[in-house]
Structures are given as C-alpha cells and as structure tokens.
Design a binder for this molecule. Structure first.
Ligand SMILES: O=C(O)CCC(=O)C(=O)O
Ligand SMILES: [Fe+2]
Length: 302
C-alpha cells in the first residue's frame, strides 16, 4: 500500500494575489497573499477554502504572517470563516480571559485556570499526544500561533501521521484499539464536574471514508481496562516509539522553521504531536481548538 506523504502546506504573504502551488512530498505548498490587506484575506472565501481543503487533504498546514498580529485577529477571522463557509464548529471558550484563545507560555505564578498550572504553562517536554483526549467531544482541529519563538533553540514541535502509524499495527491491535476498553483520566485543571474524573472510550476510530486512521492518545492519562486492551496499548506505544526513531515518519518544526508570525494548523485526529522542552522562558504560542465532535461515533463493537 502506498503510504501518505508527509506534506505541509505553507502560505507566505507578499504583494501578489493569492496563488496556491501544490508541490510533491516533503515540499511546501506556497500561497502568496497581499501583506497590505492585513487580516482582510482571512475573511476571503477563496483563501478560507484553500485552508479548509489543505486541512482535509493533508491534515496539517503552516501559514506565515508577514505582519504583526499580537491579538491573533487573523486566526480568529480564519476560524470564523471555516465555520461560515465549511461547517467547522466554533471553538469553545476557555474560562481564561482570552475567550477562544489559550496562551501556551511558561508561567509559574499566574495560571489560566483557577489554582492549577496546566502543562502548557510549564517548560516541560510533551511526549506524543493528541489534544483533549479526555474530552467526550475532542476538537477536530487546533492551531498554534507563534508570538515569540524559543530563542535558545528549545521547544521544537513535531508531528506524526496517524495513518502511517496505524498501518504499522497488527489487525488484532487495531481492532482492540477500536473497542471502548480504555479509561482516560481528566487532568485536574480540566475537571468540570467533580463526579466525573475520567471517560471511557476507544483510542482509534475510522474516518468518514471508513479509513482506520483516527487516534486519540496521551499515554500518561490512559488505563487499559482489559487484557487485550493492555496488549494493544503496549503495541501502540512501541509503534509510536519506532516511528519516532524513523526520520521519514515525523515532521520536526524547530524555532527556525517556526518563527514569530507562523501559524500551524493540525487535524487533531490524523496527527499526533510532541514538543521538546522549552529553553526560553519568553517562548509564547497562542492556541485555539475548534470543531469539537464525538471521537468514535461509529464504534465497531460486538
Ligand atoms: O508548545 C507547543 O509547541 C505545543 C503545545 C501543545 O502540544 C499543547 O499545548 O497541547
Ligand atoms: Fe498538544
């Protein structure tokens, strides 16, 4: 079977009108958008469509803003456009003051949820994961807007394609991962109802085309509830470590590839991501997650 290529679409802004070049594996798709119009293009149906199509096709997309955007206005308008023209559901507001946005930035004193430091407020490494695996309705997409890159070379963001990963698993493991035999603990800072400390569900699901390529995963939160689930989880973990060791299975975005003004958008079910530990306490990303839908609406259970 032909493996999907690792492909990130990359938009750059220049004076030319929007122009999308699709290139082969390992290359960038370049779309040039006028700088003078600032956030205006994020409201243009043609631009929003190309972002939507790239997200559908590749599940990962990189956009370079060539203008300062400290309030992430471009991203806000883009998410509204994806909602208006392509049926993406709007983000759910965080309790924090920034509405849809969450600041991914080291901070040891002021937290965005009352009294709890989220791990995105630390300088720690994040092993391979998808976001909000502990939610009944995990967001289908997320975006990170770099406001200040790590100037000391830390904080590399990596991405791993889940379809490739799934092809490396045995059929029995894939089948086990699709069963609702896993408990996923809700981190304390995200508990909404004190009576609900975990969810029960599957870790893998088929997409709308029936392709078994959707994953939710954050190892430290998952407990297998049966012996076969434990075996499958073990094989999944080993496959993630194997893929991690293979250069062609992952994309690594260093601070150099990911300077201030860059936005990365990802399909949270078709790509796992990881981040290296941060070296620069001033590194600052802004995150938005949207289109929260059930993960395993069509489980294959017996
Ligand atoms: O800091 C990063 O580069 C990624 C952050 C992340 O994965 C998260 O907040 O879930
Ligand atoms: Fe994440």
């Amino acid at each position: 079977m032909r493996l999907p290529s690792v492909n990130i679409a990359h938009y750059l802004h220049s004076r030319k009108p929007p122009n999308l070049h699709i290139s082969g594996a390992q290359c960038w798709n370049l779309a040039r958008i006028p700088t003078s119009r600032r956030h205006y293009h994020a409201t243009q149906p043609r631009h929003v469509r190309s972002v939507h199509e790239n997200l559908q096709k590749h599940g990962i997309l990189k956009i370079g803003l060539k203008f300062p955007d400290p309030d992430s206005e471009y991203l806000k308008q883009l998410v509204v456009g994806l909602h208006q023209h392509h049926g993406h559901q709007l983000p759910i507001s965080h309790s924090a003051s920034r509405g849809w946005f969450w600041d991914v930035r080291p901070n040891s004193t002021v937290f965005q949820t009352a009294n709890h430091q989220a791990r995105s407020e630390t300088m720690e490494e994040f092993p391979w994961h998808t976001d909000c695996s502990y939610e009944d309705l995990p967001p289908r997409y997320f975006a990170l807007h770099v406001l200040q890159e790590d100037q000391f070379g830390g904080g590399t963001l990596s991405a791993m394609n889940t379809q490739r990963l799934s092809l490396s698993l045995s059929p029995a493991t894939r089948e086990s991962l699709m069963r609702r035999e896993y408990s996923i603990t809700i981190p304390p800072e995200f508990i909404k109802d004190p009576r609900k400390q975990n969810i029960i569900g599957s870790l893998m699901a088929a997409d709308e085309q029936g392709q078994l390529n959707m994953l939710r995963f954050r190892r430290d939160l998952v407990t297998a509830l049966t012996e076969r689930a434990a075996k499958a989880l073990h094989e999944l973990e080993a496959a993630v470590q194997d893929a991690n060791a293979q250069f062609q299975s992952t994309v690594h975005l260093t601070a150099k590839d990911f300077p201030a003004g860059t936005i990365i958008l990802m399909d949270n079910r078709r790509w796992l991501h990881a981040r290296h530990s941060i070296k620069d306490p001033n590194r600052h990303l802004r995150r938005v997650r949207w289109d929260a839908i059930p993960f395993d609406a069509r489980p294959m259970e017996q």
